[in-house]
Write a protein that binds this ligand. Structure first.
Ligand code: ATP
Ligand code: MG
Length: 285
């Protein structure tokens, strides 16, 4: 397996604010890698350094064999980017913006195909300024894909999407993965990371505090939970072996002619682990 991204001991300060305090990780080619963390943790700073949009104070970075700080054309040709904030010329149409960006690449995809892929075919000739928030975000995604890049950076790509559009975007990301593309994704939707990412890193206050597959992160931290009500009172049982525990609980109840009311088995989610890690605290200060 080849390595698509190496970040080693990245540091970055803005006017005395230490945004990155030694961030290191690697992303393998063909992998979907998720970067999670609270507001201000340093996700966008990290991603934009990798994209070559921001400078680093120190540390080493290799993206597809290049240092992005030098912004070589050979690298630009092979990456696609959805920025957290982007502004396209408001007077251009959806199709025109796609065509403009396709022009920067040597082997772009068919513009109409991409417009359709991101679900904007009905807005093909609409001007950017008339798009809704979610439609603008779809435009961002289309622009990132139009160059047929090997590596795609997606900084909160589905923020503002309605639930159906989010599922469509997930399918799109899965399709990209099946084509062998590498994807670095930041998101605040833990279900999105759990669904899509092969591995995730949790970043907090400029440091990576956890890294692994979603299953590894969940497995190390949490047990399954069985909930039911007895005499109107809620009961919660935590267990490492839900099959066995459930068998014991239901056998006993049935033997006594009872039912376990509102019975529910809940497997821990990445969100549970994440909230434990970052302390449910929204500020990284
Ligand atoms: N251009 C900038 N000038 C000054 N400080 C900045 C700048 N960009 C980011 N910061 C600071 O660096 C820290 C990390 O910001 P960053 O945008 O990387 O966080 P993030 O993890 O992407 O957060 P969010 O989830 O809100 O997008 C924050 O404290 C932020 O205030
Ligand atoms: Mg950000």
């Amino acid at each position: 397996m080849t390595t698509a991204i190496v970040a080693n001991d990245l540091h970055k300060s803005y006017d005395g604010v230490e945004a990155l305090r030694g961030v290191s990780f690697e992303v393998q080619a063909g992998e979907v890698f998720g970067l999670l963390g609270p507001n201000g943790a340093g996700k966008t700073t990290t991603v934009e350094i990798l994209e070559g949009y921001r400078t680093r104070d120190s540390g080493e970075v290799t993206v597809l064999g290049h240092d992005p700080a030098a912004a070589p054309r050979a690298l630009r040709e092979r990456i696609g980017v959805v920025l957290q904030q982007s502004e396209f010329t408001p007077h251009l149409t959806v199709r025109e913006v796609h065509r403009l960006f396709a022009g920067y690449y040597e082997h772009p995809r068919d513009v109409d195909e991409v417009v359709q892929l991101v679900g904007l075919e009905e807005k093909r000739d609409a001007r950017v300024k008339t798009l809704s928030g979610g439609q603008k975000r779809r435009l961002d995604l289309g622009v990132a894909l139009v160059g047929d890049p090997d590596l795609v950076f997606l900084d909160e790509p589905t923020t503002g999407f309605d639930p159906a559009a989010r599922r469509t975007a997930w399918d799109l990301i899965r399709t990209l993965r099946s084509l062998g593309k590498t994807i670095l994704l930041t998101t605040h939707y833990l279900d999105e990371a759990q669904q899509l990412a092969d591995r995730v890193a949790v970043i907090q206050a400029g440091r990576i505090v956890s890294l692994g597959t979603p299953a590894e992160l969940i497995g190390t931290a949490h047990k399954a939970e069985i909930r039911f009500e007895m005499n109107g009172e809620p009961v919660v049982v935590q267990t490492e072996d839900p099959t066995l525990t459930l068998h014991e609980l239901t056998s006993e109840a049935l033997a006594n002619g009872r039912r376990l009311e509102h019975l529910e088995v809940r497997r821990p989610s990445l969100e549970d682990v994440y909230l434990d890690l970052v302390g449910g605290e929204e500020n990284a200060e």
